[in-house]
Design a protein around this ligand. Structure first.
Ligand code: FES
Length: 325
């Protein structure tokens, strides 16, 4: 996109802190919105549309997009769907994070940055609406053209509809029990110069949007995943060497072991969260060598630039990697 100006994967001041749930609202069937604040009312770090935070729950860490007002420095809001397949995260949040409860958080972090464009096409599936809400506000604020196509199981299951109501002309709701499915081919087939396409939702929707935008001039797909991307079978693992430049430690990473595990075992200080290549916590700079990217965070252009790597899942194509660790 020639006119798009990346607002960047802004480097925010990341914090780890206990925040209090100051408001809990049921915004749809199975969806709660939690507003978090510092117990002493202090300002929270700045964030930009697309940012997420980690919730450090007992024995697990989960990522949630910030979906409130970027200008409100004292409150962060997240939306949480009670996932019937929950491995404990959303169930814990729904059952225990009532008003007055505290929860440890880490962040904010942004791997889904809002770029400046003349037009925006937003596509949301279910709870994937959350990162798009502040993006819609930002698009509105800069006077850009935008439209949202929001797919859900039923109207009752689709959160934040009241916030979207003032923009009825730009918003197409697609509750699957009321109308036909989203015709993505028709939507993406329209000529769209200088359009940024943003999508968050189930993997099938993300894959379809990525595929639909590929090879369309002037259209760039930006997607966010909260579960690992389904990929072709990666090449078999081979051993390689990692040189941690700041620590002065060199380790061999054997087949079947992640860079993260190998360097951590050698005493290098590393930070991780999901261990599935989706949250971006373990990202570090590549100083030399070629990465074999296996994460679900970096965009195609970021992969090509080869500047960073997610060390929990990615490996090396070269025999040696020098990392800023
Ligand atoms: S720990 Fe989440 S991407 Fe590596």
């Amino acid at each position: 996109m020639t006119t798009a100006e990346a607002l960047g994967r802004a480097t925010f001041r990341e914090v780890e802190a206990d925040l209090e749930v100051v408001r809990r609202e049921v915004v749809a069937d199975g969806v709660v919105a939690l507003t978090l604040a510092a117990p002493d009312g202090a300002e929270l770090p700045q964030w930009s549309p697309g940012a997420h935070i980690d919730l450090l729950l007992p024995d697990l860490v989960r990522q949630y997009s910030l979906c409130g007002d970027t200008r409100d420095r004292r409150h962060w809001r997240i939306g949480v769907l009670l996932d019937p397949q929950s491995r404990g995260g959303s169930r814990y949040i729904h059952e225990h994070l009532r008003e007055g409860a505290t929860v440890r958080i880490r962040g904010p972090r942004n791997h889904f940055p809002f770029v400046r464009a003349r037009r925006y096409l937003f596509v949301a599936g279910g709870i994937g609406i959350t990162p798009l809400l502040p993006m819609i506000a930002a698009a509105q604020a800069i006077g850009a053209e935008w439209e949202l196509h929001y797919v859900g199981r039923s109207r009752a299951s689709m959160g934040f509809l009241d916030e979207l109501a003032p923009h009825a002309e730009q918003v197409t709701l697609i509750p699957r029990d009321e109308r036909d499915r989203l015709d993505l081919d028709a939507l993406l087939a329209r000529p769209r110069t200088d359009t940024a396409v943003y999508c968050c939702g189930p993997e099938r929707l993300l894959t379809a949007v990525e595929a639909g935008c590929r090879d369309r001039d002037g259209t760039t797909a930006h997607v966010e995943r909260f579960s690992a991307k389904v990929t072709d079978e990666p090449a078999p693992d081979t051993a390689f060497e990692v040189d941690c430049q700041r620590s002065g430690v060199t380790v061999t990473v054997p087949a079947g072991t992640s860079i993260y595990s190998a360097v951590e075992a050698a005493g290098v200080d590393v930070l991780g969260s999901c261990m599935e290549g989706v949250c971006g916590t373990c990202e570090c700079d590549v100083l030399e060598g070629v990465a074999d990217h296996r994460d679900s965070v970096l965009s195609e252009s970021e992969r090509e630039s080869g500047e960073t790597i997610m060390i929990c899942v990615s490996r090396a194509r070269s025999e040696r990697l020098v990392l800023d660790l």
